[in-house]
Design a protein around this ligand. Structure first.
Ligand code: BGC
Length: 759
């Protein structure tokens, strides 16, 4: 065993040093030396013979056609208007399409490919099914706060059922980019800041989309994105440069992609960003070395939207021809709407810059996906109008969306048990720019969800809950991003009139997602002033936040008696919020991304290093700000409940463990409050001394536990050598002997701890 570890370690050092050299030199493996050439076929793959037979009939041009992806008429579901696309499909120049859905639209395009091309090769239809297709679930950042992996798998399963019923066989999800900078608008698309947790979510999502059998009518290809480290752009500005140490890259940013590969993800997307001097779409180290050679990834890689063309402005290619050669040799199999591969790869082969054998490898991988989906048996199996009618937006799917939304919500503050509101109140005022909103609260990337009609607004949700028994008042107060105070008087007047107030504040969905970075992450417009006025008018005001990122809400935290973070929670948002506010569901969500006090603290995350001068209030020359504490407003893992949980009797089953042992950490969790409820109990470790500096805490376990009031339960967490391992000084992955602390509690700030030694 030891020998095996040593051998693996040596191999890793060699591989690392080699790849580091290549990466530093910006060198991509050229034809002949590339790993790609070695996988021109995948022995043992059940479709191998069929794929080879088909490929033996294909011309080079037809092969390159398979590497080309074009866009349909966006989210338009009407007739095919882009005649150029039709022509290109007929000529065998298209392997895949994006932004096409509905059974009838995809069928029309498929018919062209099947009926008009020489080899009748079916098309792949890819779409951004990020948090649902028709039934929209909470945004992924919100959903990750549920810590309910089974439910996350289930929502991906439902998304796959609905997408596949609408002709889509491939989703560009999950996005697994670790996000520690809330200025970046795309934090909404991932599972937050932690690599260990993000890896579990990545696996759950891949399992949900792909199931066990891709040939099943309701499973679709997943696509892990954006490879890699897209979530760490300098200053949080989308598409900006990423410059990070190899240790942080391998230890923090890469694990979720690796996890997705381990879960069998069928495809991957290359990111827009430059990584340490080499844009990801031209980075052979990422695709050929790490994904394919080191991790054994067998699927295909698609570029991001024109990310190959963008190698020109990045300044690593003179023209599109050079960009295509670079990207292809770096391991990017498919060109998303760049129209470059189709123009240039033939010439690149003729000039000996790209080998035909490598083109074969890429075509093989793409055809394999099509065979696995069963498209060669029946290209129309996903264009089923009957299924489209029966399997989308079903009551069952909506019920899961409601459950998912409730579980995602995080209670940030609840002074004097203001929440839950009693159903016996006589009147309630719904106030705020998101109080009767539909299209924003569904969230960015809402696929085929009808933003204007399908989502349940907060006002509707409250009406559904209370019926005619309670007087329901409404005032918008202000717009999401407005400075007009015209609506304030009415807002104050309804606030005064009502027993309790729900104040719905937050962002517009357009403020989050792609190209939506914000330098200032306060509540937009004059919502803060609206909050001051309304809370002054009625102290029994609970704020409901709808947003796609952590916001800087220190002021709101001071003035508002209660704050519920509802995120953009999808089709059933209003009903789910009503469930939580009126106590039909006791909130259990815990943050997966730290909330800063102010923008100057960013990037802020729980798993930081200690520094040589950790903060001490009695020593000025320790790490701190003059104008803001170091601590966040709400830490990672934080979230309140209507009840109260107590942790007790923390123990390890041995004080000394070996690398072969499993350490059992136990704690007794008790519900000591007045409601039944669910707690997400979390376990963190700290490696006290390492060959390199180690984080002050690292999440290594959690349990989602339901306890009736008064009930208690012993929880047992397990730790193995894998949990204690990291990239050591020599960049091998493994543990080091020494002392560890182990913390258990309800969030990452817990100081309830014990310790053990690894021998
Ligand atoms: C985004 C990807 C998305 C692709 C296709 C790009 O702009 O970065 O996340 O999958 O578009 O819509």
């Amino acid at each position: 065993m030891k020998q095996l570890i040593k051998k693996r370690a040596t191999k890793q050092v060699q591989l690392f040093l080699l790849s580091l050299l290549l990466m530093m030199a910006g060198v991509s493996c050229q034809n002949g030396t590339s790993e790609k050439g070695k996988v021109s076929s995948q022995k043992g793959n059940r479709y191998d013979a069929q794929i080879r037979k088909l490929m033996s009939k294909m011309t080079l041009e037809e092969k390159i056609g398979q590497l080309n992806m074009l866009s349909g008429d966006g989210a338009v579901t009407g007739p095919i208007t882009n005649t150029n696309v039709v022509k290109e499909i007929k000529e065998g120049h298209v392997g895949a399409m994006l932004n096409c859905y509905t059974a009838s639209y995809t069928r029309k395009l498929m018919e062209i490919a099947i009926d008009s091309t020489r080899l009748h090769i079916p098309l792949l239809f890819g779409y951004d099914v990020i948090h649902g297709e028709r039934t929209i679930f909470p945004i992924p950042l919100g959903e990750s706060c549920s810590w309910d992996l089974k439910l996350m798998e289930k929502t991906a399963r439902i998304a796959a059922i609905e997408a596949s019923a609408e002709g889509v066989q491939w989703t560009f999800a999950p996005m697994v980019d670790i996000a520690r900078d809330p200025r970046w608008g795309r934090v909404m698309e991932g599972a937050g800041e932690d690599p260990w947790y993000g890896s579990l979510v990545a696996k759950a999502k891949v399992r949900g989309f792909q199931g066990n059998d891709l040939s099943n009518d309701s499973t679709i290809l997943a696509c892990v994105k954006h490879g890699v480290a897209y979530g760490a752009p300098i200053a949080g500005r989308d598409y900006n440069t990423v410059d990070m140490s190899m240790r942080t890259l391998l230890g923090v940013y890469m694990p979720p992609y690796h996890a997705a590969v381990e879960a069998g993800v069928a495809t991957a997307m290359s990111a827009f960003n430059d990584l340490n001097g080499t844009p990801c779409t031209a980075n052979s180290w990422i695709w050929n070395t790490m994904f394919r050679k080191e991790w054994g990834f067998k699927g295909f890689v698609v570029s991001d939207y024109t990310s190959i063309n963008e190698l020109i402005p990045h300044g690593v290619a003179k023209n599109l021809f050079d960009a295509d050669v670079l990207a292809f040799n770096a391991g990017v199999d498919m060109d998303m709407v760049g129209n470059g591969y189709i123009k240039n790869l033939k010439k690149a082969v003729e000039e000996g810059l790209v080998s035909e054998k490598e083109i074969d490898s890429s075509v093989y991988r793409i055809l394999k996906a099509k065979f696995e989906l069963g498209l060669f048996d029946n290209p129309y199996k996903y264009c089923n109008e009957e299924r489209e009618k029966n399997d989308t937006l079903t009551p069952q799917h909506l019920a899961v969306a409601r459950e998912d939304a409730r579980e995602s919500m995080v209670l940030l503050k609840n002074s004097d048990h203001l929440l839950p509101f009693s159903k016996k109140i006589k009147s309630i005022a719904i106030i705020g720019p998101l109080g009767n909103d539909k299209s924003d609260m569904i969230g960015s990337w809402s696929a085929a969800g009808d933003r204007n009609t399908e989502p349940v607004s907060l006002l509707e949700g409250i009406k559904n809950k209370l019926g005619n028994k309670v007087r329901i008042l409404y005032a918008k107060g202000t717009d999401i991003d407005s400075h007009s105070t015209e609506g304030f008087a009415q807002a104050v007047s309804v606030a005064k009139e009502a027993d309790v107030v729900l104040l719905a504040l937050g962002e517009g969905d357009y403020m989050t997602g792609e190209a939506s970075s914000r330098a200032n992450i306060d509540l937009p417009g004059n919502q803060r002033e609206l909050a001051d006025a309304v809370i002054k008018a009625n102290k029994r005001t609970a704020v409901v936040l709808m947003n796609g990122r952590p916001l800087t809400i220190s002021h709101l935290n001071e003035v508002a008696p209660a704050i519920l973070e509802a995120w953009f929670s999808g089709t059933e948002a209003g009903n789910a919020i009503a469930d939580v506010v009126f106590g039909d569901y006791n909130p259990s969500g815990k943050l997966t991304m730290t909330f800063p006090r102010c923008v100057g603290q960013i990037p802020i995350f729980y798993s930081h290093m200690n520094t040589g001068r950790p903060y001490s209030p009695t020593n000025h020359y320790t790490t701190h700000y003059l104008d803001c504490p170091n601590t966040p407003l709400y830490p990672f893992g934080y979230g309140l409940s209507y009840t109260k949980f107590q942790y007790d009797s923390l123990k390890v089953d041995k004080k000394v463990m070996t690398t072969k042992d499993t350490l059992r950490v136990s704690v007794v969790l008790k519900n000591v409050g007045n409601y039944d409820g669910t707690e997400v109990a979390q376990l963190y470790i700290r490696d006290m001394v390492g060959s390199v500096t180690r984080p002050v805490k690292e999440l290594r376990g959690f349990k989602r536990v339901f306890l009736k009031k008064g009930e208690s339960k012993k929880l047992v967490f397990k730790l193995t050598n894998q949990d204690l391992s990291f990239y050591r000084k020599d960049m091998t992955f493994g543990s080091e002997p020494g002392s560890f602390e182990v913390f258990v509690g309800g969030n990452s700030a817990t100081q309830y701890k014990t310790n053990f030694v690894l021998k």
